[in-house]
Design a protein around this ligand. Structure first.
Ligand code: DC
Length: 230
């Protein structure tokens, strides 16, 4: 079954540029945006605030929070989305490396993923949705007419993360970022539930040697070509 509201599902490993591309696509098309990674990060932040350090020991609590945690995404003055938890803007806090690591562990719990499923589906509203994550095309929006798997080499992803952090005044070594990326890839790709992999009907784009604009142009041209064929 193909969804009546159009969806572009974008999956791929961390640091491949999915977030930036999904945001630009949603702005360009005037569609809604689902940053599903932010949902796992918000849960991880809540877990941290509740003193949970080992998510596996708090499965029932985390599954409950996945369904009921007061999460909101509100546009800021430039139209970009702010992630709010209990009404407080935590967009910066959820990007902290400790939260990234905890989010990856929270995301490995099947009950949490189930709890978030309907919440993610609820983002599907006219005129369209750009959904960014790891299992958008394989689990949550299997009905998406366009599925993109965006990837890049681990070296390139570490370099990009390094530049992002440097621009924010943080100096973390590329070697350390590379190790973090490999560790997260390993966990995201090898977990038992919804492991990261391209959907069979996805289009794989390797952005290692591409600029953001080139990736955006490529996805838009595939989207327009596909829309014209319906
Ligand atoms: O995309 P991100 O780095 O913000 O995602 C944070 C974590 O959540 C990452 O470890 C992967 C996981 N995740 C997931 O398992 N499924 C998704 N749909 C999105 C993110």
């Amino acid at each position: 079954m193909v969804a009546t509201v159009p969806i572009i599902a974008i999956d791929g490993p961390s640091g491949a540029g999915k977030g930036t591309i999904a945001d630009m696509l949603a702005q360009e098309l005037g569609w809604h945006l689902l940053d599903s990674g932010a949902l796992y990060r918000l849960l991880a932040l809540e877990a941290q605030q509740q003193g949970i350090t080992d998510p596996q020991k708090h499965v029932a609590e985390l599954a409950g929070l996945a369904v009921s945690l007061p999460i909101e995404f509100k546009p800021d003055s430039s139209g970009h989305s702010k992630a709010c938890l209990h009404g407080v803007d935590v967009s910066e806090a959820i990007r902290n490396p400790l939260i990234s690591a905890l989010a990856s562990r929270v995301a490995a719990i099947p009950e949490v993923r189930e709890g978030l499923f309907q919440r993610q589906r609820a983002f599907l509203q006219a005129p369209g949705l750009v959904a960014d994550g790891r299992d958008m095309g394989t689990v949550v929006f299997t009905d998406a007419p366009l599925k993109i798997f965006l990837t890049a080499s681990a070296e390139e992803r570490a370099k990009r993360r390094h530049k992002q952090l440097k621009d924010k005044g943080e100096n973390v070594s590329i070697a350390r970022l590379y190790r973090d990326i490999e560790e997260r890839d390993e966990r995201d790709c090898n977990r038992a539930v919804a492991p990261l992999r391209p959907a069979e009907d996805s289009i794989v784009i390797d952005s290692t040697d591409m600029s953001i604009q080139e990736v955006l142009d490529k996805v838009l041209s595939i989207h327009y070509e596909l829309s014209a064929s319906f």
